[in-house]
Design a protein around this ligand. Sequence first.
Ligand code: SF4
Length: 655
Amino acid sequence: MHMLTYAESLTGYKRLATLEVKVGDLLLGNFNPIRIQTMTTTDTMDTIATVEQSIRCIEAGSELIRITAPSKNEAENLLNIKNELRKRGYTTPIVADIHFTPNAAEIAARIVEKVRINPGNYVDKKKFELSEYSDAEYNNEIERIRDRFTPLVKICKEYGTAMRIGTNHGSLSDRIMSRYGDTPVGMVESAMEFLRIAESENYYDIVLSMKSSNPRVMIQAYRLLIQYMEGELGHCYPLHLGVTEAGDGEDGRIKSAIGIGTLLEDGVGDTIRVSLTEDPEFEIPVCKNIIRSLPPSPPVERAGVRSPSPQVERVGVREVGNIGGKHVPVVIADLSKIEKITPDHLKEVGYTYDVETDKWNIGDQAADYIFTANQILDFALPGTLKVITYHQTWLTANDKEKYFPIFDGQQYLNDVIERSSNLNFVMLDCFSEGYPIIDIARIFSKLKKDKTAVVCLSSTNANAVESIRKMFIELDKKDLKNPVVIICDSKDETMDESLIHYAIETGALLIDGMGNGICLGHHFGNKNVFTDLKLLNSIAFGILQATRTRISKTEYISCPSCGRTLFDLQETTAKIRAVTNHLKGVKIAIMGCIVNGPGEMADADFGYVGSGPGKVTLYKGKEVIKKSVPENIAVSELITLIKENHVWVEDNPSI
Ligand code: SF4
């Protein structure tokens, strides 16, 4: 494994030390609690609607409220909004969201507690031109930025206003794109240009963000940013974490939890926003669940030096059956709580039995293995599905091509017992307290030679990610190449909490290339009640999709909507999802406005962007294909566009 550090500790939870920034009365960074925030979706000119939505968010737990200020009028109206909020007794700091209009930023900075600018479009109008810049031309551009940006810095200094320099992967300037491309380095450099100017004016009340709709890119950019700040400036600014255009429902929550949670697990991040295509107050419980799932905070310590690469990955993993090697990660469905498994249960995990043809239909999200504990099934299984049972039960199975045993550490060390000649699973609990001491050194030396063993790692520790990661590091030190399945059990009270728990605990490892499969289990309290298998299966595939390790469904990139949104984004997203959700691997962006939408839809294959009241513009990649399409026919026009590009397939779940 290529294991380099970017955080104080990869195996224990410690927060990154940052400067402290005051936003109104709220302190950010420097080990203050991780702050929760969201953004209004109302028209900023509608004072009362914006105030009332802000209050709903504050009551739900938002500690900062961001409001869009696309032009001078909205920026000026922030004063009315602020006054009305204060009149109603709410002192929550307000953040003005600025794109393209320095004038609006300069007005807002005199009114609200914080302004957010996007370095990709604060001064530059994006033309999507990829011309080469000579060093002189590049430096001229930087000077142009200095001229346009310095007045804002001076106003912020004078009024005690904080600032977020918020880079978005999808909206980097042409200048940055020409030199660094659409990369994490480009994102970091884009922010550093502005940071250097701010520091040259001795202004330090800055928070930074590096958002992307792809959690993998987002995580790398934040890690890299920390290295740049430490290396060049000798200190870190507080970090605002978020995954942009995450979408809605389960997928939006999974993507956000993986992106934000992975960094928080590494002690990185001082304020978070979950962007969902839902009403903003629904974002707050997701933020709370993400923070809740963190390990208990240790005593405050100054973070140490980070080494240059943000990448970690496990390489050269052995292939055992369809696990490891070049295979995508497998999904193991836990059916062990079901007393009598029937074909109907398999339907929940992607296999539908058709009585007439006597055939199994296999869905795109069909689990690869089921764990039945002590059950041998009394019906014929789908061809691609295999079963894992405890060793004693496996001994009684007739079909040793389909059934495979799982051992605990002690059993595995027992040389006398029979095992599969193809595939054996070995459970290891990673450094959990109270776990019987087994001879780990002997297990390691046996695993090293064993070409049939797949290791299953779990941890009941509060800091499970760090414990499992520590085990990966141990495996690497001993040069063990066995594939690893991550087992994640949840005892959370609700499925919402569990979903966040699963996404962070497995996603934080998968995103760094650790893990060749996952198995999610659920226990409600102490009751050990079997729960929604279908949902668990869909969460497992959702996590693999969000970490880009296994693509099994359509990807939606939809903006959270704001005061600029030109149609009902939630309803439109649902409509588009209903007709396209069988297009495996296709990325469709649904964006509320033409000003920021095209820039922010990142690497989407097709885009549906609001371009005027009742009008939609359709994109193929970043290219405009159909302009001003009436909204009532826009979804069918989108389908036509997908068909014209030969990406369409008919919706037929059977294979
Ligand atoms: S893309 Fe969506 S969230 Fe972004 S500015 Fe436009 S409408 Fe608002």
